[in-house]
Write a protein that binds this ligand. Sequence first.
Ligand code: INI
Length: 163
Amino acid sequence: MNFYEGSLVATGLKVGLVVARFNSLVTEQLLLGAADVLRRHGVKDADIDVFRCPGTFELSSLLRRVARSGRYDAVVALGAVIRGGTPHFEYVAGEATKGVAQVALEAECAVSMGILTCDTMEQALERAGVKAGNKGAEAAVAAIEQANVLREAGKVPSPRRAE
Ligand code: INI
């Protein structure tokens, strides 16, 4: 058996972080969490580029452009959708998730999703570093692992022909 998996060593990786401005109180914490993890796993500061878009709905189109540039080993989408009192929540959360999934399937690089979907701002802040971890940091760890396993998958030797 041969196993292929991604390490969490991020030395030499180039990463694009795509961040929604909407609910920036939360998304800026997701960004800090993601950047902190990347640096601590060995990514150089100069190899982390941050792109900002208006809201979570816009994340996937910018994410796609960044992923397609060919400059990154991984791109990470960071956003926060908070239910509040309107049905808008469902549309924004649903479309963003579908959009990021579509980018992930098309992209040559790793794509990870750090989008919070919460009922309240309090819950969102809890998941952005206050209490229950940081979704941005988790997404950055996933991006590193996926970038490395994608690289490994590209090195799988072709089957030897029978003589
Ligand atoms: N954008 C978010 O990032 N989070 C939200 O909670 C949110 N809500 O609930 O409305 C939100 N809306 C804006 C949306 O992402 C677009 O920017 C807007 O519809 C313009 O296209």
